[in-house]
Design a protein around this ligand. Structure first.
Ligand SMILES: Cc1cc2nc3c(=O)[nH]c(=O)nc-3n(C[C@H](O)[C@H](O)[C@H](O)COP(=O)(O)O)c2cc1C
Length: 205
């Protein structure tokens, strides 16, 4: 095993944090970089429906403005409904979302059924690709945030972007090149605290 290579891969995997502020809002994300990232994303595992994911990149200023308005309205309503105080980084992204170099929306052809098995299969067939996309961006110095709240407004987004019926919207990744983002691993529970062996609750193999 090449230790240096392993450390680099682990570093990317453990530092794909949300980047909402330290982004170069004035620099376009190149089509070449985006396509390279999507080519990595589509290596994610496919479910029974094969490659049913679709990626919609929004760079048009008018569309970004309308999406940002929906996003901000939704996040404000959510925080009011739940009595949550938004973090300053959330506020920062809201203030500049319309200026983000691009928004990548990830869709899946089809609709999930209501069973847990159906939902796991459905979203498990698309979200790994979205996460790979975020990691591939991270590796190229493109900062993103995993956002899912626009799914609550998917009808408006579908109308805006011409998304046909029967297509499910998942995450939206607002993306731009990072500006000196010093991304670090998050404080997380240790594997031993979240892992069981040979039966629920058994902490030893
Ligand atoms: C399911 C899910 C939905 C999220 N939706 C949003 C969102 O709509 N807007 C946002 O700014 N961040 C969103 N985030 C990002 C989180 O707020 C947080 O920044 C991210 O999980 C990284 O923080 P952590 O390292 O503490 O997990 C979402 C994260 C997850 C897992």
């Amino acid at each position: 095993m090449d230790q240096e290579f392993l450390e680099q891969v682990d570093h990317i995997l453990s530092t794909a944090r949300s980047v909402r502020r330290r982004l170069d809002f004035s620099r376009e994300v190149s089509r070449e970089d985006l396509e390279a990232c999507i080519n990595i994303a589509v290596q994610a595992p496919t479910g029974i429906a094969g490659e049913s994911w679709r990626f919609l990149v929004v760079t048009d200023p008018g569309l970004k403005l309308q999406i940002a308005e929906i996003y901000n309205d939704q996040l404000r309503n959510l925080s009011l409904d739940r009595g949550l105080t938004l973090k300053s980084s959330h506020e920062s992204l809201m203030a500049r979302l319309h200026e983000i170099p691009c928004m990548v929306l990830v869709f899946y052809l089809g609709e999930p059924d209501e069973s847990v098995a159906g939902q796991v299969a459905f979203f498990g067939s698309v979200l790994p690709a979205a996460w790979s996309l975020m990691l591939a961006m991270r590796a190229r110095g493109i900062g993103t945030t995993w956002t899912s709240l626009l799914t609550a407004r998917s009808a408006e987004i579908a109308e805006l972007l011409g998304v046909p019926e029967g297509v499910t919207q998942t995450v939206m990744l607002p993306a731009g090149y990072c500006l000196n983002a010093n991304l670090k691993p998050a404080a997380r529970l240790n594997a031993s605290e979240v892992t069981y062996w040979n039966g629920w609750g058994r902490t030893e193999p």
